[in-house]
Write a protein that binds this ligand. Structure first.
Ligand code: PMP
Length: 365
């Protein structure tokens, strides 16, 4: 009997349900894994950055050594690429870990965390993990309602999470609105701006001037999306050096593995790959939105690397597509049972998706 030994909070913790890996779906439906298109987790359909792959291969030769616990090279590379001080950066095992570090440093029972009710699910998981209270603010037209979020701040609030663009809705907030929010927050609240999809924007909002002026804003990015390194787990946060030092205290000594550090440094310099992915993503968005709308499915195009489609019954659509070797994400857990989230794939994958959606629409008359 272990259950009675566990802390009460453990029993209340929701279990994160990731999409099934390709191999499982292939086995379940008797399909060739090579023919499965995974359009469920907003991964990069073009694979990893080639520069990152080459660097990772070389780094394997020293895989017997512990990684650099301070991620010196990678922090220097990001500092240079982004014009951020090295002391203003912390690297994590994916940006998910960075969110957890915020929990270690700032959350406890009695503390409130403001977030959108259709925001990235990990904000709520981490808030609950630390016994703090999620305050979920209704989203407006699939985007964060920043004035309602500001109004939800109390004396107990410590963190406000805004993902821009948001996952799963894809909608971004404007730079002006984000600046207004950060400047209006009281001194006991940190705005945590999640920029996981920022590289897909034509120009990402920049709050570094507000950061330098003393506003409590902390930003997070990842190598899992446009850089194509989701499997290596590496992301980073940047903010005031004083905040970064607090987060450094609560992380594991070797939180980012050596291969990931080297690959991420290389990926940052792979401008050709990033530009190719951004351009293809925009073309793919147009392709999917036009194709789905033509079938009568309302879409939310968003500004990230996925689109939403109202397919009537998201769960049934997901099941039917899975049998055809296409994995998408049903959005019932986000309170959107009519919707699926579809990662923008290669042109051929998008075509397959649209062909399957057409077939389904026809079979339903
Ligand atoms: N934030 C958002 C908004 C995301 O969509 C994701 C990935 N799904 C993450 C953070 C986490 O990314 P990772 O841990 O892979 O860096």
């Amino acid at each position: 009997k272990y259950a009675e030994l566990a802390n009460a909070g453990v029993h209340e913790q929701p279990v994160y349900q990731p999409g099934k890996p390709i191999e499982y779906v292939a086995q379940e439906f008797g399909l060739d894994p090579a023919l499965i298109a995974k359009l469920a987790s907003n991964e990069n359909p073009f694979g990893p950055s080639p520069k990152a792959m080459a660097a990772a291969q070389t780094a394997l030769r020293t895989a017997h050594l512990y990684p650099d616990g301070n991620c010196c090279q990678l922090r220097a590379a990001i500092a240079q690429a982004r014009g951020i001080g090295e002391d203003a950066l912390i690297i994590g095992n994916g940006s998910n870990e960075i969110i957890e570090l915020l929990g270690h440093a700032f959350l406890r029972p009695g503390v409130e965390v403001v977030m959108g009710d259709q925001a990235f699910i990990v904000y709520k998981l981490i808030t609950k993990l630390f016994g703090a209270t999620p305050v979920e603010v209704p989203m407006q037209d699939f985007g964060h309602d920043l004035s309602a979020m500001r109004a939800a701040v109390t004396d107990q609030t410590r963190l406000v999470f805004v993902a821009s663009p948001n996952n799963p809705t894809g909608v971004a907030n404007t730079e002006a609105d984000l600046i207004e929010l950060t400047e209006s927050l009281p001194a006991h609240v940190i705005l945590c701006l999640d920029e996981a999809y920022a590289e897909y924007l034509e120009r990402a909002p920049d709050l570094r001037a507000q950061m330098a002026a003393g506003c409590k804003v902390f930003c997070m990015r990842t190598f899992s999306k446009i850089y194509g390194l989701g499997g290596l787990r590496v992301g980073y946060g940047y903010g005031a050096p004083e905040l970064i030092q607090l987060l450094q205290r609560v992380r594991q000594p070797f939180n980012v593995n050596a291969i990931a550090q080297v690959a991420a440094s290389a990926a940052l310099t792979d401008h050709e790959f990033v530009n190719k992915c951004r351009t293809a993503n925009e073309a793919g968005r147009a392709q999917l939105v036009a194709g789905l709308e033509a079938l009568g499915n309302a879409t939310v195009g968003g500004q990230a690397n996925f689109v939403l489609a109202n397919v009537g019954d998201g769960g049934a659509f997901f099941q039917a597509l899975q049998q055809r070797g296409l994995i998408v994400r049903p959005l019932a857990p986000y309170g959107m049972p009519a919707f699926v989230r579809i990662t923008i794939g290669t042109e051929a994958e998008n075509q397959r998706l649209l062909a399957a959606a057409r077939e389904l629409a026809q079979s339903q008359g």
